[in-house]
Design a protein around this ligand. Structure first.
Ligand SMILES: Cc1cc2nc3c(=O)[nH]c(=O)nc-3n(C[C@H](O)[C@H](O)[C@H](O)COP(=O)(O)O)c2cc1C
Length: 183
């Protein structure tokens, strides 16, 4: 746990396996903002790891499951960057939540979502509800949702989406500082 004056520990979990991932671009912009706010940011990209599916048994001892769980335990706030697949978050993001489980208790979570179209806007709410009910996780209510039109040639070009990323970084850090107990 951080003291009230130490840098705020924030984990960014980028969960897309896609090489030119839009949610990873959002996560990178968010990282820059959090670092400029003085947070201590830990970055985990699941494209560089092989997270197992949850089998409610041996999976919890897998080195990458342990790494994710310990990073969630360490953090006051967690930024979850995810593609929207089939009107929900992607399988790797769900696996990470299943594998870290109770480590999310009392933490603040913010979502960065990349999607193909506007109609899946509310896709993240099911997992947000589950985190709130299972683990009393605090959810940053104004999440980021970006479609293809926000990106050009591997870069974020929408000022509106960029402003939402900045807002999420600010509100997540403020909420994490206020709501997650320190020593
Ligand atoms: C299997 C699959 C399912 C998808 N389902 C949806 C969906 O339900 N709604 C949507 O808006 N986009 C959907 N998409 C589009 C992705 O959300 C989009 O490509 C997004 O950029 C993926 O995030 P990423 O770039 O970070 O990998 C789907 C894409 C794939 C491959």
């Amino acid at each position: 746990m951080p003291s009230s004056t130490s840098p705020l520990p924030i984990l960014i979990l980028s969960t897309s396996l896609r090489a030119q991932s839009h949610s990873r671009i959002l996560a990178q912009r968010c990282r820059k903002e959090l670092e400029s706010l003085g947070c201590e940011v830990r970055w985990i990209d699941l494209a560089e790891r092989e997270l197992p599916f949850c089998d409610a048994g041996g999976c919890y001892g897998h080195p990458h499951a342990v790494e994710v769980r310990e990073a969630v335990e360490w953090a006051s706030g967690i930024v979850l960057a995810t593609p929207i697949y089939n009107y929900t978050l992607c399988g790797q993001a769900k696996a990470a939540i299943e594998l870290a489980g109770k480590a999310f208790t009392g933490k603040v979570v913010g979502f960065l979502c990349a999607a193909g179209g506007e109609r899946s806007y509310m896709s993240i709410l099911g997992i947000a509800n589950s985190l709130m009910l299972d683990f009393r996780t605090w959810i940053a209510p104004r999440f980021v949702y970006a479609t293809y039109s926000a990106f050009e040639e591997g870069a974020l070009v929408s000022e509106e989406i960029e402003a939402r990323v900045v807002e999420l970084a600010t509100s997540l850090s403020e909420a994490s500082r206020s709501l997650v107990p320190t020593d």
